[in-house]
Design a protein around this ligand. Structure first.
Ligand code: ADP
Length: 320
């Protein structure tokens, strides 16, 4: 109670992950179901930390879609903004890390239900009640869900929400940086908060220099906070008035899936009730330390959702 609502908009899907690592998809002896999709992970990251969130998106009216909605509900995420498509099925991904270190993806998306959300299907009342509106699915750049995306953003913004964007580019899949920048421009330019990974920074700028000058080429006039996450090196932050670096925590990493979503969930959970954090470097650094701890803990267990920490987990890493 008393906490502002974070609405997370976009895709939820199931990753099928091989039961053994370091093999190609074709060689996998079997697969485990790993529910995910960045916006859904963020929604659950928020409730696990004790915040309030809602997920807005479309699932197939099938076994997998109902399983995913059940996971959100079990985790205390408001599901009043979920639609079930009567025709298309829930998105599925087969994801593996091959022995050569390359990520391999295969998607069931032709098209999947998440891509078919229409503007008239949006739960506008729910979206208007958001204090923070977070988005970041590459599937949302195609119609009809692109129009739904732009409308939802505008409605949230008009109602006073902060807009938070994580491009989640799933890089091996993207044709070129020019195309990526063009496709995401209309959603990028409206965000108040943007978080990119170091890999996305390199890709979007076309420069492998992970420095301040390069990061600032991603700046746009409406932006309040730009974050670059650096995995085991923590994160860098940029605002109109100050910038800097916050170190990561040392942990025993087994699987980094969901670390970025956990980081974002933690950040938004703090900002939703206190926007002064965005103008106060001391406060912001404290929140980013908390977010780094969340990301770090998420890497210590397999999968994304099972690895998301509670507030107590985070405080014990920070204080320990
Ligand atoms: P993404 O998942 O978007 O690629 P990162 O991998 O950079 O994002 O992770 C987000 C945050 O999680 C990092 O800024 C860092 O604080 C934390 N983190 C990620 N990987 C590690 C790691 N190996 N050790 C400690 N912290 C990590």
């Amino acid at each position: 109670g008393g906490k502002g609502l974070i609405v997370s908009f976009g895709e939820m899907l199931i990753d099928f992950v091989p039961t053994v690592s370091g093999v190609s998809l074709a060689e996998a002896p079997g697969f485990l179901k790993a529910p995910g999709g960045a916006p859904a992970n963020v929604a659950i990251a928020v409730t696990r930390l004790g915040g309030r969130s809602a997920f807005v998106g479309k699932l197939g009216d099938d076994e997998f879609g109902h399983m995913l909605a059940g996971i959100l509900k079990e985790n205390g995420v408001n599901c009043d903004g979920i639609n079930f498509d009567q025709g298309a099925r829930t998105a599925l991904a087969f994801v593996t890390l091959r022995a050569d270190g390359e990520r391999e993806f295969m998607f069931y998306r032709n098209p999947s239900a998440d891509m078919l959300l229409k503007p008239e299907e949006l739960n506008l009342e729910l979206i208007r009640s958001a204090k923070v509106f977070h988005y970041g699915s590459i599937s949302l750049i195609v119609e009809p869900c692109r129009s739904a995306h732009l409308e939802a953003m505008q409605v949230a913004k008009d109602a006073g929400a902060l807009l938070s964007y994580d491009p989640n580019l799933r890089l091996p899949l993207w044709p070129s940086p020019e195309e990526a920048r063009e496709q995401i421009k209309s959603i990028w330019d409206k965000a108040d908060i943007i978080k990119v990974s170091d890999v996305e920074l390199e890709f979007l700028t076309g420069s492998d220099k992970i420095d301040d000058e390069n990061a600032m080429t991603l700046w746009h006039p409406n932006l309040t906070l730009l974050l670059v996450t650096l995995g085991e090196h923590g994160c860098r932050y940029y605002t109109k008035h100050f910038h800097g670096h916050v170190e990561a925590f040392h942990v025993n990493t087994v699987d980094t899936t969901g670390a970025g979503d956990s980081f974002v969930g933690a950040l938004l959970c703090n900002i939703v009730d206190d926007r002064s954090i965005l103008e106060d470097e001391g406060k912001l650094r404290k929140v980013l330390k908390f977010a780094n701890a969340c990301g770090a803990i998420t890497t210590t267990k397999k999968g994304a959702i099972p690895a998301l920490p509670t507030e107590a987990d985070v405080l014990s890493l920070i204080d320990g």
